[in-house]
Design a protein around this ligand. Structure first.
Ligand code: OSB
Ligand code: MG
Length: 368
């Protein structure tokens, strides 16, 4: 694997809906899109960091500077026997896992294309489609929540997740549960609570949620362990898990029983695989999260979701929910709650350069 050159773009893509979470309202994404060139093949990946450090610490401007000035000059023109060797080299840097993941994931796409195999096969997965649910943002009121919920159920999604925050938790959850007594239902707080909110979180135990995602601080494990001892509903960790070491510690101290794995949050496919294996060894459940990705990141997530221990439906819902026009040519659409796995080489999707050129805000080329 010898990467000859790289192109780094920033795209500005308006979302089809305002996505409200406990940390803010997202109306558009600034998407760093990386293309790697090697031996006539192209590898693609996108960054999932926000423009501002609202979900975790990383930012788009920080990632661009790190990639352009450090990561890409370091790896271009050097031969790696396998993407794992590249991942090992990137492991010398602390944090910045979303930026590292861009390079690492694009390298896996290249590698799989050089082998003429779909990425899922190279990663060791199985299956031609993956189970998916949907993540619904905080709505204006209960009626709007129930409306969106009905659309999601009608679309066949196998699980619905409601975003919550203090003051907007039991009311929408109770309404959702009343309308759909048997629907697999979850909530995601994106770190909006503290242990002082114990009683509000305990009240959610009454609604047989599959899990409560990331109730406490983004970098916490200990308080989550204390909370898990006080509630019956399993805790699912998202923000708090950035590595296999984090997963080992979290599951070891009982900070949760479920992991939301986002390959682009943890540094790429190699670390994702290690987290998958640690989680499986603990007998814990996991599923594939999302970060409102374009088709490029979505395709990576779909391939990853074919690994054995992804036992709960992922957040990888239909691309057409998010984008008027996606940046890839292939539709990534869910049917009956199942997302088909693209079967071409690598991530199995191709770029729509017409759309990309229209939404490109900056382009940088780096050569060996
Ligand atoms: O916490 O899982 C999250 C979107 C952006 C940032 C964080 C999260 C989310 C989602 C949406 O829940 C997942 C998706 O539909 O891609
Ligand atoms: Mg989450």
């Amino acid at each position: 694997l010898l990467i000859e050159s790289a192109e780094l773009r920033v795209l500005e893509l308006p979302l089809r809906f305002a996505f409200e979470t406990s940390f803010g309202v997202m109306r558009r994404r600034y998407v760093p899109l990386l293309t790697l060139h090697a031996q006539g093949h192209e590898g693609y990946a996108e960054g999932v960091m926000d423009y501002l450090p609202l979900y975790r610490e990383e930012t788009v401007p920080g990632a661009l500077a790190f990639l352009e000035r450090q990561l890409l000059p370091r790896v271009l023109g050097r031969a790696y026997p396998h993407p794992q060797a590249l991942a090992a080299e990137l492991a010398s840097y602390r944090g910045n896992r979303m930026a590292r993941a861009m390079l690492e994931m694009a390298a896996w796409d290249l590698w799989a294309k050089a082998l003429d195999l779909p990425l899922w096969q190279v990663l060791g997965g199985n299956g031609s489609s993956v189970a998916v649910g949907v993540s619904l943002g905080i709505q204006r009121d209960v009626a709007a929540t129930l409306d969106l919920l009905a659309q999601s159920v009608d679309a066949g999604y196998q699980r619905v997740k409601l975003k919550i925050k203090p003051g907007w938790d039991e009311v929408p959850v109770a309404a959702a549960r009343e309308a759909y007594p048997d629907l697999p239902l979850t909530v995601d707080a994106n770190s909006a609570y503290t242990l002082a909110d114990l009683s509000a979180l305990q009240r959610l135990d009454a609604y047989h949620l599959k899990y409560i995602e990331q109730p406490l601080a983004f970098d916490d494990l200990l308080d989550h362990a204390a909370l898990q001892r006080e509630i019956r509903t399993p805790i699912c960790l998202d923000e708090s898990i950035t590595s296999a070491q984090d997963a080992r510690k979290a599951l070891g101290i009982g900070a949760g029983r479920v992991i939301n794995l986002k390959v682009a949050r943890v540094g790429g496919h190699f670390e994702a695989r290690r987290i998958h294996d640690v989680t499986q060894a603990f007998g814990a459940a996991m599923w594939c999260g999302g970060m409102l990705e374009t088709g490029v990141g979505r395709a990576h997530n779909i391939h990853l979701s074919t690994l054995e221990n992804f036992v709960f439906p992922g957040d990888t819902s239909s691309a057409s929910r998010y984008w008027q026009r996606d940046i890839i040519r292939e539709p990534l659409e869910v049917s009956g709650g199942w997302m088909p796995v693209p079967q071409g080489p690598g991530i199995g999707v191709t770029l729509d350069h017409g759309v990309i050129d229209e939404v490109t805000r900056s382009v940088t080329t780096v050569r060996a």
